[in-house]
Write a protein that binds this ligand. Sequence first.
Ligand SMILES: Cc1cc2nc3c(=O)[nH]c(=O)nc-3n(C[C@H](O)[C@H](O)[C@H](O)COP(=O)(O)O)c2cc1C
Length: 367
Amino acid sequence: MGLPYRFLVRPSLRFIDSEKAHNISVNTLTKFAENRPVQKILGSIYGTPNLPITVFGKLFRHPLGLAAGFDKSAQAIGAWPSLGFSWVEYGGVTRYPQDGNPKPRMFRSNQENALINRMGFNNPGAQQIRDTLTKRQISGKWPNVPIAANIGRSKTVNNERAPDDYAETFGLLYDHADIFVLNVSSPNTPGLRELQEDDHIRDVVRACTSLREKRMGSKPILLKFAPDLPRDDLLSCAGAALSAGIDGFIATNTTISRPAPNNTSSRKFFAEQGGLSGKPLHDKSIQMIGDLYDSIGGKVPIVGCGGIDSGDSAWNAITNGSSLLQLYSAMVFQGPSVVKRVTKGLKTKMENQGFADLQEAVGYTRR
Ligand SMILES: Cc1cc2nc3c(=O)[nH]c(=O)nc-3n(C[C@H](O)[C@H](O)[C@H](O)COP(=O)(O)O)c2cc1C
């Protein structure tokens, strides 16, 4: 963990409500995002090794990106690459603006290295995010890394109308991202995860792939799974999504399950409603990455996400079948230096195990 972060920033964040601490970090970064000299300084502190991999026809400088939910309204997308991330996912974006659930709705346990959130897709809506991003594009401040947009279903829309709702947001953001992620796996929007049923998912994916066809585009569309989906349902949903033209998967979103608590403060933490992320999610997410890889083989790439916080956990996700990686919670516990730590650790692992490039290591333990 970076020393300044561990001794100065993290102790003071401990006394602030988790969501406030989060907003302070993103607002500070937003200012940096507009300032090239500061970005350069950050880039020299948080510089990451090259560990190139080509996925979805794009070259990623290394596999590690920022997971959805950190930059919900895409306000700081210019800043994340200077902290070392090789790609960035903004959102969840819904068609209409939403306040999300009542606060407090984000909880942190330093003991468990875990977060629980029940944010409920708070975001300014697709139109406003599109306007923000258009301004950024016009001003020439578009980041030089692949950008993904995370799309969620509006709370007021039922699952029958979900395909149109996703497709409208997809259409509004089409010129403002390189990759799209259909999020049908957040536990905080009632009924959302039912969209992982075969018929629903086919309709949602088709609505987006046919819009893409109309626009004569080819930008990849990924599907993000909940780690709580039983294996058979997962494989069936993945098959349905593939038949509708999906280009890849993200495993996983947060879990509604809880490990057994070790003490009173963990018990209190785990009793909060919402999705759990961070260290306790890692094994579940690896399991899902492996199950998907075994069943779909090399058909489409998998993005590994869930409790990635070190070179070891990142290696675990790669060798079980992930071509790309993302993290959220480890940023909260370790600060921005986590990106450098994870990528350096990954590079050491790769070299020690005799792999010439990362692609060779993808799914290695499953073969
Ligand atoms: C506060 C918070 C908000 C999140 N919001 C979203 C979201 O809007 N869309 C989404 O697909 N995932 C969202 N996630 C899930 C993360 O993208 C990621 O899948 C999950 O946290 C597991 O990764 P981690 O263990 O590295 O945190 C959110 C996570 C947290 C902690």
